[in-house]
Design a protein around this ligand. Structure first.
Ligand SMILES: [Zn+2]
Length: 133
């Protein structure tokens, strides 16, 4: 439990929203603030960028995304259709993001599978010891 930075009421930590600098908002205050916010301040933008960077770091291949965007920009400068180029770049980024997520999921499943194998071996060892008593 922790105090909400909006209404000061106690709120469960796993249901609260982290607002940076240790400040938490309960779901009710979070929704109220999100709805009242018409435009982002410079500080909001900075925090949002930071959050996105943290979430995506290590997941999306940055160089590949940069290449796609640079190619898109170059083609537009050369006179290609703007909508077509943006659409193509968006599709390509979605494809890269999809593959990156699949890779992440596979590695998570690999981790789970390894943990289960270890546990299985431990259980078998215990059963073996019980049998030899
Ligand atoms: Zn609150």
């Amino acid at each position: 439990m922790a105090a909400c930075a909006g209404c000061s009421e106690e709120t469960e930590r796993d249901k609260a929203f982290e607002m940076g600098e240790g400040r938490l908002l309960c779901p009710k205050c979070f929704v109220e603030r999100a709805q009242s916010k018409k435009s982002l301040t410079g500080e909001d933008r900075r925090r949002l960028k930071e959050a996105v960077k943290q979430e995506l770091a290590g997941l999306l291949p940055r160089d590949r995304i940069r290449d796609i965007l640079e190619e898109c920009y170059t083609n537009i400068l050369k006179g290609s259709d703007l909508d077509e180029e943006v659409g193509r770049a968006t599709n390509e980024i979605e494809r890269v993001a999809g593959l990156a997520l699949c890779k992440e999921l596979l590695s998570m499943l690999g981790g789970i599978s390894k943990a289960l194998e270890d546990e299985d071996a431990e259980v078998r060892e215990k059963i073996r010891r019980i049998g030899s008593l």
